[in-house]
Each structure stands twice: as C-alpha cells, then as structure tokens.
Design a protein around this ligand. Structure first.
Ligand code: NA7
Length: 894
C-alpha cells in the first residue's frame, strides 16, 4: 500500500546548477495552467509551466477513479476563447468521462504547441520572494531552479487530497487506493471484497461501477449527500441548438451569469407556486439531469432560504425512498443535516439503485463509527468487516490545500503564506495576497471558483491577470501587490456574499469543515460569476483600486480602498436602479410619486404567506382610517405590533410594506397591524403623527376583538413610519396611554436638521436622496413646526419611554439622526438595542424579497419584539432561516 495519502510519484532528481530565467512561472498544467501559458505567450512574455505529472491534465490527470466525469455539461465545460478550437473538438457525451477530458486537454496542448514550455515531472519545492531582485525564486525537485518576475498558481481547488484521518491505515495488508490519486495501471477489483469510504462526488461516481466488479462492496457513509441522476448520453439537442444558434451570445451570457452557465435568473418564489406546480418543475429538473439547472431554475428561494430549500430537499428524499427498496437503507441514504446545495450535490448514474444489489452493504458511520483499520479490514464499534481493498473517496484539502500544502511560499519579510492564512485564507479578489507581490492565484479562495463553471472562471481570471501584466509593462511598473485595506474589505465582502447562500449551514469543503482543525469560513465567492467579473473590471476602471504598483526607479502608484462596501444584493439593486435611469421621485409631484410607488409594488412578488390577513377600518381622531392586520398561523391570542409604513409622510399606505409586515409577523409570531395614516400635502403636520397616536390607542382598546393579548401594544415603523412610531411613544407617555411595551424604529426620521455627516456622505446614489428628503419635509411640515417633537422626536423629552430597537443603515442619509436618537434614548435611561447595518441602504430591511442579506437583521428585530412583549425567545420554529447560523455568519450581516 502507499505510504501516505498521496502515491509516491516524483523522483528526487538533483537540481541543475543553472537557473531558468522567465517572466512568468506557472504551476499546474490543467485547464488553468494551459490557458495561462497560451495567453501569456501571446502577450510576449516568456513562460515556464511546472507540473509534477507526466503530462497535461491537472485534476483530470490524477482523478482517474472508475466513473470519474465532469458534472457540468460538456456544452459548457470547455475553453471558449477560440471559436476555431470549439469547432475543432466534438464531445461525445453530455458529461464527458475523465479519459475524454484528458484527451481534450492533450488536444488543446497540441493545437497551441504548449508542451514545449511545460516541465513535467517537476515539483516546485519552495517559492520565495527575492526582495533585492524583485523576483520569485523557485526551487524544484527536477532540473534547474526558476527565477521569475511573476508567479502564477494554477494549482486547482481540488488537487491536494486530504489524509485518511483513520487509525491503522498502515496496518492494512490489502490494497489501498485514493480516488484523487488513482493508479495509472488497471486496478482489478473483480471478485474482491472492497470498501469505499466517503460518499461525495467521487464516491458516488465510483460506487456503482465498483459494485459491478467487486464480490462485495461495503460503503462507509458519514454524511448522506444529495445526488441527482445525470441521465448521461448525447448532449441535449436544445442546449446544442442554443449554442449553435448564437455561439458568441451564448458564451457571453455564460460569462455574466451567476454560475457560469447561461440559465436565466429565476424570479418566481416557492410560495407563488402550488404543490402541483412545484412538483412539475422538480420532475422536469430530475429528468433533465443537470445540477446547475436544478439549483437555479426551480424557484428563486431554493438557494437562499431554508423553507424554500426544504421543499426541494423533501422531493429528492421522496425519490430516494422510491428507488431504494430497503426502507432502512433508504432512510440512511436520505440527507437530513444540510440544505440541498449547501454541500456540493452530486450527479450520479445508478447510485441509489446500487444499494438494491445483494453484494452491496451500507454502513452508517453516524451510528457505528470506524474504530480502526486493521490488518484484515475495518472494525466499527459493532462489527469487523474483512476486506481485500479499501478505496478512500475522502476528498481534498480544498481551495487552500492547493496553495499551502504544496510547497512553502514565502513572501515579503520572510512570511509564509500558510502562516498568513492560519486563521483562514486572505486574498484580494481571490487572485492576489497582500505581502506576496507578483503572486497570482487562479480560482483561488475568494473567487467564484468551485461555485461556478470552472471553465468560465478560469478564462476570466487568466484574462484579467494577463491583461494586468501587459498594462503594467506598458506603464513601466514591475511589481503589483494588493493592499491590506483592499484585502480586508474583500474578506468582509466574501462573508457578506455567503449570506446570499445556505453554504454556511453545512459541514463541507466549501467552508473547510471537512479538514480537522481548518478554520471555518465560506471560501469561494458566493456573489456570482457576472457580479464578480463586473467587480474585477471596476478595480481596473477605478485606477487599480486596492493595488500598489511599483518599479525600481519610478514613483509608486497606490489607489487604496475597498472595492465593494455595499452588501452584494444592495449593490445589485442600486446598479439596477441606476441602469433604469428613473426620474427623480420629487420631480413627479405627490400624485405622480404615488402612482410610481403603486407601479413598483405591483411588480414585486407577493410576500410570504401568514395565517390570515384582514383589512379593516379603525376610528381615528377625525374619522376612519384603514388598516391591514397580519395574523400568525399559530394559535392566538397574540401580542400586537402597530406598524407605520415608510414614504416620507407623502407616499404609501397600509399595504405598501406588505412583505416586511408578513416577515415580521412570521418571525415574531405576533399580530402586525399596519395603519393607513393620512398623508401630506392633503393633510400636513401634525396629521400623520396624531393619526399614528390615535390609531395606536384604538388598536390597544380593541386588542381582544383583533385577537390580540391584553396588555401593552408595541409600535414599529420604517423611515417616516419610524418617526410616527417614536412620536407615538412620546404622546402615549404624555397623554396617559395607551401603554406601549416597546418601539422598533427602522431607519427613522428623528430630527429636522440636515447637517449630520450622513446627509452629505449619502446625499445621492443610495435611493433615498437628500433632495427627496428635503421635498418630503417641505410637503409635510412648515419650517416653523419642525422643532415640535411631534415632527422631530429627538427634540422631545425622552425619559420614561418604552425600550427601543433602533436600526440604522450605513448608506442612508438618515443614518446619523437614527444613531443620535438611540444615543439620546440611552442617555435618558431607556433600554436601547442598536443595529448599525453595514453595507445597507435605506430600504434594505423592508425589501424582504430582494435584499436577502437583511435576514439576520430582520431576525434580530423580531427577537427584540418578542422580548418587548415578554415572549420567550424564538425556539427556532418561527423563523424562516431557522437553522442556527455559525456566529461568524450572523456577525457578517452587521
Ligand atoms: P468530498 O465531496 O469532500 O467527499 C468526501 C467524502 O468522504 C464525504 O462523504 C466525507 O464525509 C467523507 N469523509 C471524509 N473524511 C472522512 C473520514 N475521515 N471518515 C469517513 N468519511 C470521511 O470529496 P469528493 O472527492 O467526493 O468530491 C470533491 C469534489 O470534486 C466534488 O464536490 C466535485 O466538485 C468534484 P463528510 O461529508 O465530510 O461527512
């Protein structure tokens, strides 16, 4: 058996005395390294590629286990930089086998005459930045050392196999194989007793084939994984027709898509579909046999919401039960501890049906862990299984292993990258690392990489890097290095992006959780291929933002800063609004602005279902006011929250914050009564404030009729509605009731001056503009009245008010007056919880259906409401995002 996880394969040849001098050294001759070589050469740079394999192929050179195939359709899985190459190569199947992919990469190497610059059978033993020479010096185990100006790690994300982590492997007298280092000679398993440990993609592809050969196969499963049938065969005619109809357009669409495959963005959410419609969509996806299609095309909330995800997970579990005949085995195979897609799902051929064979046994390691590997087999804590062969399909030290575990990389000041990354990888754009000048990572941690079609991401990375090297040369610079500021900003952006997905809810190699002791964090960029591409371009258009460029005898250029400070979905929303070139709301007049808001709201999907929605009328000071009541699905009576919508006292109505009211109702388990208070200019100050107070009093008095619990009501509001909620608390205190148990103020208007910094910093570009706020104030309230605490509650007496939760957003003109109100309340002895939401804008938290990254803030608001009402904290049943988030993920949204 091999001595360790990795088969010994390189000879320790002596290094030659000479040093090979090149502009660029690339490690790895797989998809990335080959394209890098081609582009760099075309750019007139001298290049050497180093690879310890005997030939090209990278990951596809080593992963030769039975059944190894790609799981992105071949129509999408290949180079797209040269249409002539595309026409010259014909894939034989929908999903190509490893030998065919290897042939393809060999074909590419021949076509562009790449092998002449590749040193095979050559492992880089160490790479060090030579400060004096401003070059990288590489020690190799075969042939001369290499000195290069630029060092490119094209080492792949899944190329460093992880050790077996099970005692006794060395004692086993039979054969041991690792899927990631499968021998190049034929492995004959016929008639043998074989074990496969691991049921990730590699195990799931290999198991059905091994079962056909082995006398008996025992599969050791630690985590049941989701697998979909590949339905391999000829490439689907519709995709081929799409590609051939407009090849350039198809490829371009892939480049700007979310996952690197040109599927449109799904906008229908699960609750807009009936059970039958969802099933129909699911069956279509099951028949299509396509991971990206299934992950992206069923319904929009599948990938970012646990409830939306559970709907598809249940349907897959149903399929598993229908295929596997033994109910206990079916139950063991049904994934239960992570959302579908949170861990990389697999594409299989006959995987589940394999367990119906009489020569296959499934061992559930969650019930009977392996005690040790012995000389004759595997001992669990219940039995001993005699074996001839053990196959480890236990995966990789993904994303970082290919950089840190391959050879020491020493940057500025003698710092090693493995030490710098001790608490998790730090990169800028996933492409560069501060302190490591002229080092580039292709599909490194922090890039879309494994959450995308690698072929598309690799081309984008290589193009970006080579274009930068050419630009550097033209500008006379020789060194490029990311700044610490840019890198720290990128780490925050990565964590923000991870809130768009459910990857944080699974123990997976995406987060490092598969390697004992590895720091936790979603490593790939989850914001999507298209947005990532746009960001990389923006770095360039903003003068190489976040990079330090230098040359021995030239002044340094450093345009420092963070490329993305907004939350990723906020960025998309604001970009979309900017692209629409809408007229300024204040230019439309009150009626026009109202019509505009109605039109926008009509285009949004209906909010999530709640137990019941009742429209009614309450009695205000001068007559009836409409309200809309949202009742939870749980047994009442429930505490009541009186809610005031946003809209600058001019726009909106009791229905306009519908998605937010539904969300708060579901999360808090309380009745939300949204009040249709009167608006300016028809009803100027203090009508809205007085209506708010009167409505609260009426609702408190009629709580029992509304299904509410007796006792204090709570108030809540967003923007101008936050102003009304705050004012209502003051009026209720001063006018002898009703009793208010707490106030939730979301981006509230609290003052009537415009000189706080947020009014200038966020004056425009973030949806709520300074000009719009001026307009609202002018319509609502004459200057003489603006010091009245009913207009500017910050100017009122704050002692004796109910506890508050105050949420402010970084990119909101109202930010600082919200913060000021929270501070003033606290100074007045009022208990205050404050959330200053980083990267968010004025509408982030009410745009429930669009701004997914607001989820943890909304969960905290609901918790505050429950606390105000004296309810026990959420037991996990009320929240749509009810899986516990790792603390890092919760913190990320703030
Ligand atoms: P994966 O997806 O990391 O799968 C590895 C499997 O091995 C997985 O089921 C692991 O269980 C299991 N495993 C890992 N270590 C152990 C130990 N010590 N004991 C028992 N079981 C273990 O790697 P693959 O090679 O299958 O696929 C990698 C990617 O390549 C794939 O996602 C595609 O993108 C292509 P766990 O889930 O960690 O409990």
């Amino acid at each position: 058996m091999p001595d360790a996880a990795v088969e010994t394969r390189s000879s320790e040849a002596t290094s030659g005395g000479a040093t090979q001098q090149v502009d660029v050294a690339v490690v790895g001759a797989g998809f990335a390294g080959l394209y890098a070589l081609h582009r760099l050469r075309k750019a007139g740079l001298s290049v050497v590629v180093l690879d310890e394999a005997e030939d090209v192929g990278g990951t596809w050179y080593w992963n030769r286990y039975p059944g190894a195939r790609c799981d992105i359709q071949t129509v999408d899985y290949g180079y797209a930089f040269d249409p002539a190459l595309e026409s010259a190569w014909q894939w034989s199947e929908k999903y190509a086998t490893q030998p065919e992919i290897l042939r393809y990469l060999g074909f590419v190497a021949d076509r562009y005459d790449l092998r002449r610059d590749i040193r095979f059978r050559t492992r880089v033993k160490a790479a060090a930045w030579d400060e004096a020479a401003q070059r990288w010096q590489l020690a190799t185990d075969n042939g001369p050392r290499v000195s290069c100006r630029y060092y490119v790690m094209a080492t792949g994300c899944l190329s460093a196999p992880k050790p077996p982590e099970i005692d006794g492997v060395r004692d086993f007298k039979g054969e041991v194989y690792f899927t990631g280092r499968w021998p190049h000679h034929e492995v004959n398993l016929t008639g043998k007793r074989v074990a496969v440990i691991g049921t990730g993609s590699s195990g799931i592809q290999a198991i059905p084939i091994i079962a056909e050969q082995a006398a008996h196969l025992t599969v050791f499963q630690r985590t049941a994984n989701f697998a979909l049938p590949a339905h391999n065969g000829p490439a689907p005619a519709d995709r081929i027709a799409l590609l051939e109809g407009d090849r350039a357009g198809y490829r371009e669409q892939a480049r700007w898509s979310l996952a690197g495959v040109p599927w449109p963005q799904q906008t229908t959410v699960s609750w807009q579909l009936s059970d039958a419609e969802r099933r129909e969509r699911f069956e279509k996806a099951w028949a299509a046999g396509d991971l990206i299609y299934t992950l992206s095309q069923l319904w929009a909330d599948l990938g970012n919401d646990v409830d939306g995800n559970t709907l598809v997970a249940d349907l897959i579990r149903e399929k598993i039960r229908s295929i596997v005949t033994d109910p206990k085995t079916a139950a063991t195979l049904a994934p239960f501890d992570h959302p579908f897609g949170a861990k990389r799902p697999c594409l299989d051929t006959n995987y589940y049906a394999t367990y119906n064979r009489s020569n296959v046994t499934l061992v559930n390691l969650r019930e009977e862990p392996i005690k040790a590997i012995t000389a004759s087999g595997i001992a669990t804590d219940r039995r001993t299984i005699d074996l001839d062969v053990i196959v480890f399909a236990t995966g990789f030290d993904a994303m970082t292993g290919a950089v840190t575990a391959v050879h020491p990389i020493t940057g500025r000041g003698g710092k090693e990258i493995s030490a710098v990354w001790a608490n998790g990888p730090q990169t800028y754009l996933g492409l560069t690392v501060a302190g490591f000048p002229n080092l580039f990572l292709i599909t490194g941690p922090g890039s879309p990489s494994v959450l995308s079609n690698m072929a598309v991401s690799i081309e984008q990375h290589v193009d970006w890097v080579v274009d930068r090297l050419v630009a550097l040369r033209e500008a006379g610079f020789t060194t490029i290095e990311a700044t610490e500021t840019a890198q720290a900003g990128w780490s925050r952006h990565l964590a923000d992006c991870s809130m768009l997905t459910l990857h944080r809810l699974a123990n997976t190699w995406y987060t490092g959780a598969n390697v004992p002791g590895k720091p936790w964090g979603v490593m790939p960029y989850a914001g999507g291929v298209g947005p990532y591409r746009a960001i990389c371009s923006e770095v360039v258009s903003r003068g190489m933002l976040g990079f330090r460029l230098s040359a021995p005898d030239a002044p340094e250029q450093c345009n420092d800063g963070e490329i993305v400070r907004l939350q990723p979905d906020v960025r998309l929303v604001l970009n979309m609004l900017a692209d629409m070139k809408l007229p300024a709301i204040e230019s439309l007049g009150a009626e026009g602005a109202r019509a505009f808001l109605t039109m926008v709201n009509a285009g949004r999907p209906a909010g999530r279902p709640v137990g019941e929605i009742v429209d009614g009328t309450l009695t205000g000071t001068n007559g009836p006011l409409p309200y809309r009541l949202y009742r939870p699905a749980t047994q009442g009576p429930h505490p009541i929250v009186v809610y005031f919508h946003g809209g600058g006292w001019v726009l909106g109505d009791e229905q306009s914050d519908d998605p937010f009211c539904r969300d708060m109702c579901r999360r808090s388990g309380m009745i939300i009564v949204s009040v249709g208070y009167r608006h300016a200019p028809e009803h100027r100050f203090p009508t809205a404030a007085e209506d708010g107070y009167a409505a609260t009093r009426w609702i408190a008095e009629h709580a029992a009729e509304l299904g509410g619990t007796p006792g204090p009501v709570l108030v809540a509001g967003w923007s101008a509605g936050g102003n009304i909620a705050a004012v209502t608390c003051q009026l209720a205190r001063d006018r002898g009731g009703p009793r208010v148990g707490g106030q939730l103020l979301v981006c509230p208007v609290t003052d009537s001056t415009f000189d706080r910094p947020s009014y200038s910093e966020n004056a425009e570009g973030y949806f709520l503009t300074r000009a719009l706020m001026y307009w609202f104030w002018d319509i609502y309230c004459s200057p003489a009245d603006r010091t009245d605490p009913r207009a500017a509650p910050l100017r009122g007496k704050l002692e004796g008010l109910p506890p508050a939760f105050v949420l402010t957003c970084e990119f909101d003109p109202l930010r600082d007056e919200g913060v000021a109100y929270a501070e003033a309340l606290r100074a007045a002895g009022v208990p205050v919880e404050q959330l200053e939401a980083r990267g968010h804008f004025h509408a982030s938290f009410t745009m429930v259906d669009v701004v997914v990254t607001g989820v943890s803030g909304r969960a905290r608001m609901a918790e505050a409401l429950r606390r105000f009402a004296g309810l026990p904290q959420d037991t996990g049943q009320l929240r749509p995002d009810r899986n516990p988030l790792p603390p890092e993920a919760s913190a990320a949204a703030e």
